[in-house]
Design a protein around this ligand. Structure first.
Ligand SMILES: [Zn+2]
Length: 257
């Protein structure tokens, strides 16, 4: 697990698996942990990382309902978790799905956890909207298309965008179940001016980007999606894993048209 400070109030922790990111943001006496690392030892260490940074933990936020982003409560048992209304609806529609998928991952990798995942009370946040933190607020933007749900978070005083599973330097755009190409492209269009203003962009998977590189990935991703089902994979994202995602995208787009 890697931890990088982007700003005196923003810290990004990256998991050893899928380079899944977790962003810790502080304002005054409040601190939120957005998304989560994945591996048991990373989650065990996370509270100490937050404390070592001098941040006083207040609660969890998640960009979307995919299980690998929802593990914060394994690090902070009992903590409240705030999500977009769309994500709350998805979690309510598929109760226990995240815990089941985590269990399947753990079985496959012989991973052992001290407790099962329970999401407890999930707070639904209106999106577009704001989440108050200290004397400031985090802007919440709708971010669907990868899945049916989600939000991107703009931390204005740190010029940082936390965008969930969009703009990844390691993963091609993934139209997974519930997602759609049209919604994905609309999200990219919505995020474009925010990316333009950003100094740092934190994708759900992969290293933190500066605004220029994120804007380049945004253009590349939009071109890829528009060209589906005949699209070429972006040059830097052509591994076997990315080809498998591409095959899913092609099937999903063909099923719609
Ligand atoms: Zn993800």
């Amino acid at each position: 697990m890697r931890a990088v400070g982007l700003h005196r109030d923003v810290l990004v922790v990256t998991s050893r698996i899928w380079q899944t990111t977790c962003t810790v943001v502080r304002r005054g006496e409040e601190c939120f942990v957005i998304d989560s690392p994945v591996l048991p030892d990373e989650l065990e260490l996370l509270p100490a990382v937050v404390e070592h940074a001098g941040f006083a933990f207040s609660g969890l936020l998640a960009t979307h309902a995919d299980w690998d982003h929802l593990l914060g409560r394994l690090a902070f048992p009992g903590a409240p978790i705030g999500v977009a209304e769309t994500t709350a609806a998805r979690l309510a529609a598929e109760p226990g799905a995240a815990a089941r998928e985590l269990r399947a991952f753990d079985d496959e990798h012989y991973a052992v956890r001290s407790a099962p995942l329970s999401l407890g009370h999930v707070q639904a946040l209106p999106v577009p909207g704001h989440c108050e933190i200290g004397d400031a607020e985090i802007e919440l933007h709708p971010a669907d298309g990868h899945t049916a749900d989600g939000m991107a978070l703009w931390i204005g005083w740190a010029d940082t965008l936390v965008c969930g599973d969009y703009l990844s330097p390691v993963e091609i755009p993934w139209i997974s179940e519930g997602g759609s190409r049209a919604a994905y492209l609309a999200t990219l269009r919505r995020l474009a001016p925010v990316v333009e203003a950003a100094e740092h962009v934190v994708p759900g998977h992969g290293e933190v980007l500066d605004g220029t590189r994120a804007a380049a990935i945004l253009r590349e991703d939009a071109a890829y999606l528009e060209a589906l089902p005949d699209a070429e994979l972006p040059i830097a994202r052509r591994s076997a894993a990315q080809r498998a995602i591409h095959a899913q995208n092609v099937a999903r787009v063909r099923a719609v048209s």
